[in-house]
Ligand binder design. Structure first.
Ligand code: NAG
Ligand code: NAG
Ligand code: NAG
Length: 934
């Protein structure tokens, strides 16, 4: 307690923020939800556990870092938390005068806000040469927690801590510095660095149980990373040269009760139009506080069941501390005008049963018409990835049309929750005469920057609207064409997303209106202050960086050389500098000097302005593009660029199915003229084209691929929807039927795991508390916070059985393991489906055994039962290695992890300089010598 008293004296006002929440409040929450529990220990009125968080923080920094480097470095860099912390020591830092820094202090506000800045650093001088890269920096923050036992001890279960860390990257709880004992291995939890809404708290066990009769002290350590993308330019935000890190920490404690509580923020329900639900998906947010629960059924309360029923889409198991969105299907037989929907969910946990009564408010709109439409649009729902209840907004056109026009797909900026802030996003978009306007959520406010799962969310919203409109006769005449093309529009991150989506799926896009877009993350804030770069072999770095190639929008502009584009940027944008759009246009015009691209530089404007899309130029461009002819038909020369075939659509009917060397870009240049069709390939293994989409005058003309004449059967030309594949074997191209090559490889980078066709399944050795279970729950938590991607957790025996009887879930799989390989992980690897294998109980890569302490390994592996899904093995040679591997799970864009990686303890101080080997798989999971560092 002495140390703590010292803290009291240094913080001026209130010494401790009392953030303890007694269990009493939880009880009230439960009662309002009318939870009826049978045989379940209900949380009772008690004084409960209380936690005090000191408001005084010790701070060490600033250290140069580039965005996302903290996933490789130790979050506590430069400290090794397995050793005592020396508060008198100094550490080298190139940002500070004299080149070394020591500890300083910060005091948290009552609201938990901790502000850290280093005014003594000459930021303006660093910035003069390094630009925004010089403002990126890392700090370690450390403070004290005290956990008090209940005063009347009838609740003696071990409590769990609930932590909300906004805008910090990681935190960990350690024993008190005075506690003698073994060296600790910190368990790092990801903070909510983007301050995303709807984020459940991190729920964790304390590193050792607190005393039941006296207060117990712990330390909390936070990794604080200043990123321009999070905090902006201090010059324009704060009017100063000094960047200020602002993180907010709230800590709470609760009994690990065996209860399920509601999380209403996770509910999903669509609006009703003329008494009918706009989408039949309903989601109910539930969180288990401390045990495993299975949701077994759903019904509506009696009374309304006559015209509206519900059914549970599938049984769902909720892990301790896990939050899931329970998928419920609405079945309606006639119009319903209820103010709220009452649903009863049935749950089981072992022998215990429970029911949760849920009330969800409903919003009704009359049928839309030319002059009546809800200003904030209509909220529609669907099941993303087969069972994840999800929503998006739409604005109907003024008039229906016999032949539907393409809709506008409008991608929001980073941090924008389209359903909140008075729905400003959809209100900023121009309603169309004949086209729908679709605003997808992109999973969350940031999602994956409109790549991967967020792109999938956008296309799924388009398909969902098509299905909803087809589902009712009244809506049929407003329908969309199946697999409709779209006009993509977007602002900021969404402007970047518009370039991304259009260039990856060029045949599905009629035009693009990207506003205030950045090119790619490495161009937004350059990496010159990378710590790793001082250690890593540039050839290894190239392999790691290949995992960002699919995101590099500039590299794919060949695909947009014939697409109508109106690019917009405020000339005074202090958030995304205007040169990004100018550079994209310059690159595009190098591919095609006559590209149909217009640049609108609104010279006086900054990042956002209300008429960015509501102006005459956008109106004219949009109406002419939506009603115009497909420009593609007349295009005679073009280049298709592809990095990951499974994430790429066709260009003028041409598709790349397989690369020569995965990990490198593939390009296909097609020249069509009356004398023949000539194709030049670069790094292509297989491609296809639709003869139908060729101009008529070249029907019987010679067909050359890399100078080789291909003889074709003329009968194939006129078959509708026919695609011909060409495959290269040993330098010779041969025609094939499409189905021979149509299974595209899903590999290329570990973040492909996030593009799952249904919820992700995580396999742990067993469901008892263990390092693997903790890791699984942390992954599930992060996937929920960052992507609203659903996770089911199963144990190894269940996984074995499911593989045998063919019932393993079809979505992507994560297998967690450390130390000796046994059980499911070992049997998966024993098939040697990749160059990783198992020798006895040791993990082996080719002929090298991986045994060094604190080594973390991640690799993609074929899914055991579904050829169209992936498995990811996350392995540590010990607990510390598992922790290291876990931090590389690609929860955010920009973490450079290709298909496989082995990383050791040197990474703590050297970032990617501590990567021992890494690579991209070859085709069919083969060894890819060219793209491996081994
Ligand atoms: C159910 O629908 C029928 C027919 O539209 C209607 O008459 C009845 O009032 C509805 N029942 C309820 C409970 O809304
Ligand atoms: C360029 O695109 C606009 C908008 O779609 C269209 O109106 C115009 O005709 C196109 N110009 C050319 C030369 O294709
Ligand atoms: C951190 O300290 C522990 C205990 O002294 C030591 O075993 C470990 O190797 C250190 N880690 C690194 C990366 O130096």
């Amino acid at each position: 307690m002495l140390i703590v008293t010292h803290c009291f004296t240094s913080c001026r006002s209130v010494f401790f923020g009392l953030i303890g929440l007694s269990v009493a409040r939880l009880t009230t929450t439960l009662q309002t939800q009318r939870q009826v529990a049978m045989n379940v220990p209900m949380v009772t009125e008690s004084d409960g556990w209380t936690v005090y968080l000191s408001r005084e923080w010790e701070v060490l920094g600033p250290f140069p870092i580039h965005a996302r480097e903290q996933h490789f470095l130790s979050p506590s860099f430069p400290l090794n938390l397995s050793e005592p912390i020396d508060l008198d020591r100094t550490w080298p830092s190139s940002y500070v005068d004299g080149g070394s820094v020591g500890w300083s202090k910060a005091c948290a506000g009552k609201d938990g806000l901790i502000e850290v800045s280093y005014p003594a650093v000459r930021w303006a001088s660093l910035r003069a040469t390094e630009g925004w890269a010089a403002l990126q920096h890392h700090s370690v923050l450390r403070s004290t927690l005290i956990v008090h036992p209940p005063s009347r001890s009838h609740s003696l279960s071990e409590p769990q801590l609930l932590v909300n860390l906004f805008q910090g990257s990681f935190f960990t709880i350690l024993p008190s510095p005075d506690a003698v004992g073994e060296a600790v291995i910190p368990e790092w939890h990801a903070g909510n660095i983007y301050a995303l809404g709807k984020a459940p708290p991190n729920a964790l066990k304390l590193p050792h149980p607190p005393s039941l009769d006296s207060p117990t002290t712990y330390q909390i350590v936070v990794s604080g990373d200043y990123e321009i993308r999070l905090f902006g330019d201090p010059r324009s935000i704060l009017g100063t040269e000094v960047p200020k890190l602002s993180v907010t920490l709230a800590v709470d404690v609760q009994d690990s009760a065996s209860t399920v509580i509601r999380d209403e923020s996770h509910d999903v329900v669509g609006d009703f139009v003329g008494g009918w639900a706009f989408g039949n998906a309903v989601g109910i947010g539930l969180r288990s506080l401390g045990s495993w629960w299975t949701v077994t059924g759903a019904t509506v309360s009696t009374g309304i069941s006559e015209n509206l029923t519900v059914s549970l889409l599938e049984k769902q198991r909720i892990g301790p501390t896990q939050t899931r969105v329970i998928p419920v299907v609405l079945i309606q037989t006639s119009p319903v005008y209820l103010d709220e929907l009452e649903i009863i969910l049935r749950l089981e946990s072992g022998d215990a049963e429970s029911e949760v009564f849920v009330t969800i408010p409903l919003l009704h709109h009359p049928q839309w018409s030319a002059d009546s439409v809800p200003a904030g649009g209509i909220k529609a729902t669907f099941f993303y990835g087969t069972s994840m209840p999800s929503a998006f907004l739409v604005l109907p056109p003024e008039e229906p049309r016999n032949v539907p026009l393409p809709p506008i797909l409008a991608l929001h900026g980073a941090g924008v929750d389209i359903f909140h802030s008075d729905r400003f996003w959809i209100k900023a978009l121009p309603r169309q005469q004949h086209s729908w306007l679709i605003a997808p959520a992109g999973r969350t406010e940031w999602g994956l920057d409109w790549h991967g799962s967020s792109t999938q969310d956008a296309w799924s919203a388009v398909e969902a609207l098509c299905d909803i409109l087809a589902s009712r006769e009244e809506w049929n005449r407003w329908s969309l064409a199946p697999k409709t093309k779209v006009l993509v529009m977007g602002h900021s991150n969404g402007g970047q997303g518009a370039w991304y989506v259009a260039a990856r799926y060029p045949d599905r896009v009629v035009g693009v209106v990207p506003a205030a877009a950045y090119i790619k993350s490495q161009a937004y804030v350059p990496w010159v202050q990378s710590r790793s770069a001082h250690y890593v072999d540039p050839s290894l770095r190239a392999i790691l960086d290949s995992s960002l190639t699919p995101d590099d929008n500039d590299l794919f502009l060949s695909n947009l050389a014939a697409t109508p584009i109106l690019a917009i940027h405020g000339g005074n944008d202090d958030n995304v500098p205007v040169w990004h759009t100018r550079a994209l246009i310059s690159t595009l015009k190098t591919w095609n000097p006559h590209a149909n691209v217009t640049f609108r530089e609104d010279s006086e404007e900054r990042h956002w302005y209300p008429d960015v899309f509501k102006n005459d130029e956008v109106a004219a461009f949009v109406s002419s593009t939506l009603s115009g002819q497909d420009a593609g038909a007349s295009i005679r020369t073009f280049t298709l660029t592809v990095a990951v075939p499974s994430d790429s659509g066709s260009l003028h009917g041409w598709s790349i199915y397989r690369l020569g060397i995965p990990g490198r870009l593939g390009r296909l240049t097609v020249n069509i003229n009356p004398d023949g069709i000539s194709v030049e390939t670069s790094n292509i293994g297989a491609f296809s084209y639709r003869p139908e989409s060729l101009p008529k005058d070249v029907k019987n003309a010679p067909f050359l691929v890399d100078g080789q004449r291909i003889e074709l059967d003329e009968a194939t030309w006129d078959q509708p929807n026919f695609s011909l594949a060409l495959v290269q074997e040993k330098g010779v191209w041969t025609p094939h039927a499409l189905f021979d090559v149509a299974t595209t490889s899903l590999t290329g980078r570990i973040s492909n795991l996030l593009s799952s066709t249904s919820p992700i399944t995580i396999v742990v050795p067993n469901r008892l508390p263990s390092p693997e279970s903790s890791a699984a729950l942390r992954i599930a938590h992060n996937l929920n916070v960052y992507h609203k991607l659903d996770v089911g957790i199963i144990d190894a025996d269940e996984a074995d059985r499911a593989v045998r009887d063919g019932s393993l879930a079809s979505g992507n799989l994560v297998v967690l393991s450390y130390g000796k390989l046994r059980g499911f992980a070992a049997s998966l690897l024993s098939k040697s489906a990749t160059p990783f294998g198992v020798d006895g109980t040791t993990l082996r890569l080719r002929s090298r055994s991986l045994t060094a302490p604190s080594t973390g390994v991640l690799f993609l592996h074929p899914h055991p039962t579904n050829p169209e899904a992936l498995a990811l093995v996350i392995y540590g040679t010990d607990v510390s290695g598992l922790e290291r591997a876990l931090r590389l799970f690609p929860i955010r864009t920009g973490v450079t992890v290709p298909d496989w990686i082995v990383v050791g303890s040197q990474a703590d101080a050297r970032g990617t300089g501590g990567v021992q080997s890494a690579g991209v798989w070859g085709n069919d999971w083969s060894w890819n010598e060219a793209m491996s560092a081994f």
